[in-house]
Write a protein of this length. Structure first.
Lengths: 65, 198
């Protein structure tokens, strides 16, 4: 399988856009921004951290080789 | 997971695939609730002595998984297995979605993913509010299903497989692991504050 064919297998631009949802860099950036925001506003609010950890755990596992 | 619940694999229409994706979310939620029931029982048992006793389990667990995400080859309490592949050959697509979802949702029946899962479980066990537990489990189930709903591509299984493998070659895994480790450690620190100072 060549690189070009593998790339084309991703399909339409819309499908490629959906693929961004599992981009590890994007997920990492989202986690970092959310964590910094929570630290600034809800630093000691455990339920907020719980939901953040839950979302991070779920979304990160989208990129689990 | 996306290799299993996908029209290119199940042969289902996109409409039925939407139902399968929904069933997968339900399965993940059920699996996470089973883990919550077990860890909550353990937490309550330890809390008889003192709620802070939970830290004796939670902190080493979070430390280990954070170290793993930072590259250390430390042991973590996850088996080195995936959901059995044969399940999708013997179950209907709907039951496959529920079965895969529930096994992945428990988190400890399949191989290690990221440090935030352990942090999620450790923090969840301390909570008794139906609303807080429900929102957290729902957040976990919905985000864990992103991989399913983002994998529409697939005119054939071969094309679909190659496309997904191409995605997985994208760089950034080390960054993702570092972000997860940092968030897990921060969550652990909040847990310490919560249990020691209320």
């Amino acid at each position: 399988m060549t690189e070009a064919r593998a790339r084309s297998a991703l399909g339409s631009p819309a499908e490629r856009l959906l693929g961004l949802a599992v981009s590890p860099s994007l997920i990492a950036a989202a986690i970092t921004v959310a964590a910094v925001s929570v630290t600034a506003v809800y630093a000691r609010d455990l339920p907020v951290w719980l939901v953040l950890a839950a979302a991070a755990a779920g979304w990160s596992s989208a990129w689990s080789p | 997971m996306a290799f299993t619940i996908n029209p290119a694999v199940s042969g289902a229409s996109y409409r039925r695939w939407s139902l399968h994706a929904g069933l997968f979310v339900v399965g993940v939620g059920l699996g996470a609730m089973v883990t919550y029931a077990v860890t909550r029982s353990l937490y309550r048992l330890l809390a008889i002595a003192a709620p802070a006793s939970w830290l004796a389990i939670a902190l080493p667990l979070i430390a280990l998984v954070a170290l793993r995400d930072l590259g250390a080859q430390v042991p973590v309490p996850y088996p080195a297995r995936q959901v059995p592949e044969w399940l999708r050959h013997v179950l209907s697509p709907g039951w496959t979605a529920i079965s895969y979802g529930s096994q992945l949702g428990t988190g400890f029946l399949t191989r290690y993913t990221y440090a935030t899962h352990a942090a999620f479980v450790a923090l969840l066990a301390t909570q008794s509010s139906v609303t807080v537990v429900g929102v957290a489990v729902l957040a976990f189930a919905l985000t864990k299903s992103i991989v399913v709903v983002s994998s529409l591509a697939g005119r054939s299984y071969s094309d679909f497989e190659q496309g997904l493998l191409y995605r997985h070659r994208t760089r950034g895994q080390a960054t993702l692991r570092a972000a997860n480790a940092a968030l897990a450690l921060a969550s652990g620190a909040v847990l310490v504050t919560y249990l020691l100072h209320g």
